[in-house]
Design a protein around this ligand. Structure first.
Ligand code: HEC
Ligand code: HEC
Length: 190
């Protein structure tokens, strides 16, 4: 093969694989624009996995350790400032780790992360609001609007949309692709 043919083969392969990626992950942003070919290749899918032990210890004890890239920095600051009344529970902890955890959350927040899922979440949140729940962002609501309540709040094996990892089998790795969804007692989503 000469160089031209090799280059042609490489480009064809790239285009073919990008086609698969696009249909695999219907991840348009909030105003419905499809993401370009370039950002498909060069942005990370999913969100950056958690890699901070104090965070896992303190914030992963009652529920899934939500990745920092699921909310913007202003949300994490507000949440960390109100741990004495955290969704009806006292989640305060007596530790020098609080500042470290806040720094960790802010450094990986959705408004700074390069992961495309984080950017989509961030783009769906109005600038003047700081939601405390990922599950109340517009992006989240749009992605979950076809799931009947009986699969979630009416399902004792799930309980609430906050329990991402019950349905997203790869959630701890930062992957929330619909292809990794298995709803307990219901089955695969495909
Ligand atoms: C004492 C238990 C407890 C601890 C510790 C705790 N949480 Fe929570 N958290 C809750 C409860 C309860 C909810 C509400 C869950 C529900 O609605 O099903 C919640 C919800 C959340 C949500 C919203 C999830 C959604 O619906 O999108 C976030 C974000 C969150 N917690 C972050 C944190 C962070 C960060 C920490 C560590 C600083 C932390 N939590 C520590 C009990 C706790
Ligand atoms: C009751 C099960 C369930 C829970 C709990 C749940 N999800 Fe989902 N999620 C789904 C299903 C089903 C889909 C696919 C929906 C569709 O394609 O119509 C989905 C889709 C998504 C998508 C878009 C995937 C894609 O391929 O575009 C993201 C991102 C996501 N979920 C994140 C989360 C996060 C973060 C949490 C926790 C705060 C969560 N989900 C909790 C069932 C769940």
């Amino acid at each position: 093969m000469n160089r031209k043919i090799i280059l042609g083969a490489v480009i064809t392969t790239l285009l073919a694989s990008s086609g698969v990626a696009m249909s695999d992950d219907d991840d348009d942003d909030h105003d419905g624009r499809k993401r370009g070919l370039f950002s498909r290749f060069f942005s990370k899918a999913g969100v950056t996995p958690v890699n901070n032990q104090p965070y896992i210890d303190e914030c992963g004890s009652c529920h899934f350790a939500f990745q920092p890239g699921l909310l913007p920095a202003r949300s994490w600051k507000k949440l960390m400032g109100g741990l004495d009344d955290h969704f009806g529970e006292n989640a305060e902890f007596d530790s020098a780790d609080a500042q470290k955890i806040l720094n960790y959350l802010v450094a990986g927040a959705a408004d700074t992360s390069s992961a495309h899922r984080s950017q989509s979440i961030n783009n769906s949140i109005p600038r003047n609001s700081a939601p405390l729940r990922i599950s109340e962002t517009r992006y989240f609501l749009r992605k979950h609007d076809e799931i009947p309540p009986r699969y979630v709040t009416g399902n004792p094996k799930v309980g609430s949309f906050s329990n991402c990892e019950k349905c997203h089998t790869e959630a701890a790795k930062g992957s929330f692709s619909e292809h990794g969804v298995h709803i307990p007692g219901v089955g695969r989503w495909d």
